[in-house]
Design a protein around this ligand. Structure first.
Ligand code: AHG
Ligand code: MN
Ligand code: MN
Length: 279
């Protein structure tokens, strides 16, 4: 694991350098879930593939930007599923974006998650590594990731980060989101889940939701490299996750590597309220 985390750090540093000189011209290709790929998505994917392929403990790589899994060392222990650049449509407006990594043992399944990692390319380069607990690291002037603190969620937060086109929400979801605003929650939503979820973790609580919508009944966010790693991090931080029906996103199973699911991540209060509400 230590060796794999060192490879991830190296990849993140390299992506951060690429982002400092962005080229946002579009490629004609589309990825599996239909998004137009930016060159930076592809570059970030190439960087991660090149660096992580050198890690002997890696059995396979699953990427948002690759249709199929890339098989590496058949007898190795870990499978890494990753979103090389999350929030890539925000690069041109210079918002914070990130990379997300889920580390599975032997099998890509939520129950086989051993660690989750994400980076934030913002004014500072930050990295959150979660095995038993999410730990925040920040790049210092010596080019090393310095430990800052453990991230823990309070029982209840103040932020409401609401994804999906509102006109396509169910009336139950609309009523639930409104009930949080009526309690005093504030809207915070950038369009990069990595930044929106990082804000909730750093501020101690709140809710991030990306529900089933009439145009995307199975949600938008991808299970293996977006939803499971953040569900793992939120639960280890003392919060909860849900797909709106089950108790935890980590109970879900999918066969398709690009499968999507409605998802909710939050502190205890908001997720308990969600499970009591009509959805
Ligand atoms: P990506 O850039 O990897 O395609 O991911 C974008 C995702 C997620 O980060 C974000 O929360 C969501 O898409 C935003 O979607 P909407 O614009 O529909 O809110
Ligand atoms: Mn993403
Ligand atoms: Mn992406």
């Amino acid at each position: 694991m230590t060796q794999l985390l060192e490879h991830i750090k190296e990849a993140v540093l390299q992506i951060s350098k690429e982002l400092k000189f962005p080229d946002t011209s579009y490629l004609s290709g589309q990825n599996k879930t239909g998004d137009t790929q930016l060159k930076l998505d592809v570059k970030s994917d190439q960087i991660i593939t090149e660096i992580l392929s050198k890690c002997p403990s890696l059995k396979a790589l699953i990427s948002e930007e690759k249709e199929e899994a890339l098989e590496l060392n058949a007898n190795a222990k870990f499978i890494v599923a990753y979103d090389p650049l999350d929030g890539s449509s925000l690069v041109d407006v210079n918002f914070a974006v990130g990379s997300i990594f889920a580390i599975y043992e032997q099998k890509a399944s939520a129950k086989a998650l051993k660690a989750a990692v994400y980076s934030i390319y913002g004014p500072r380069l930050e990295l959150v590594i979660c095995e038993d607990l999410p730990r925040l690291y920040r790049l210092n002037s010596q080019n090393e990731f310095e430990f800052i603190k453990e991230l823990r969620l309070e029982n209840k937060g103040k932020l409401n980060s609401t994804g999906g086109t509102q006109k396509n929400w169910s009336k139950e979801h609309k009523a639930f989101i409104q009930s949080l605003f009526d309690e005093g929650y504030r809207l915070r939503y950038s369009g990069a889940m990595v930044s929106d979820l990082h804000q909730i973790l750093c501020k101690g609580g709140g809710l991030f939701s990306y529900p089933a919508t009439s145009d995307a009944p199975r949600g938008k966010l991808r299970a293996f490299f977006e939803v499971f790693p953040f569900a793992y991090i939120f639960e280890k931080a003392g919060g909860k996750s849900s797909n709106g029906e089950n108790l935890s996103l980590l109970e879900l199973e999918f066969d398709e590597i690009h499968a999507t699911t409605p998802c909710f991540f939050g502190s205890n209060y908001e997720i308990s309220k969600l499970l009591k509400a009509d959805q």
